[in-house]
Design a protein around this ligand. Structure first.
Ligand SMILES: [Cu+2]
Length: 164
């Protein structure tokens, strides 16, 4: 599994990030890691309606996750859009179902859906999106589901994120 980069790489990235913050203290919007390690995940979606990864294992000392979703295809978002939505296993199906009604204007996620732990926007071919979120809602030893909530995609486009 090369799903997550090791602590060493994450620590280097953290050091780079900290240096950037020190160099520009005025930038209040600069991302600052709070008391822990930022772990990086990469996943791709294709025109064949597939993710390239089925499972992520995230170390328990990751305080935050930075995830990049890249759409490696060519089809536009309206035809073959993809997102990445993280929920409890038991919430995944209902979140995807409610996402259909929410429509593409809401990235196929019901606005204010508290079952959603983290999510990206919908991207089309050639686009990518990066999000960063805390792992504090995740239980150590817990297994979560990620899925694409574009209508009809979640049956195929889903995977597991295991934390700790
Ligand atoms: Cu999709």
């Amino acid at each position: 599994m090369k799903a997550i980069y090791g602590t060493m790489i994450a620590t280097i990235l953290l050091a780079v990030s900290a240096a950037g913050v020190a160099a520009d203290k005025a930038a209040a919007t600069a991302p600052v890691a709070v008391g822990g390690t930022v772990c990086h995940l990469d996943i791709a979606g294709s025109d064949l309606m597939q993710y390239d990864k089925r499972e992520f294992k995230v170390a328990g000392d990751c305080a935050e996750i930075e995830l990049t979703l890249k759409h490696t295809g060519k089809l536009p978002a309206a035809a073959m859009g993809h997102n990445w939505v993280l929920t409890k296993d038991t919430d995944a199906a209902a979140v995807a179902q409610d996402g259909i009604a929410a429509g593409i204007a809401n990235d196929y996620v019901k606005p204010g859906d508290t079952r959603v732990i983290a999510r990206t926007a919908i991207v089309g071919g050639g686009q990518s999106v990066t999000i960063r979120f805390p792992t504090s809602p995740l239980k150590k030893g817990g297994s979560y589901t990620y899925e694409c909530t574009f209508p009809g995609h979640n049956a195929i486009m889903h995977g597991k994120l295991i934390f700790g």
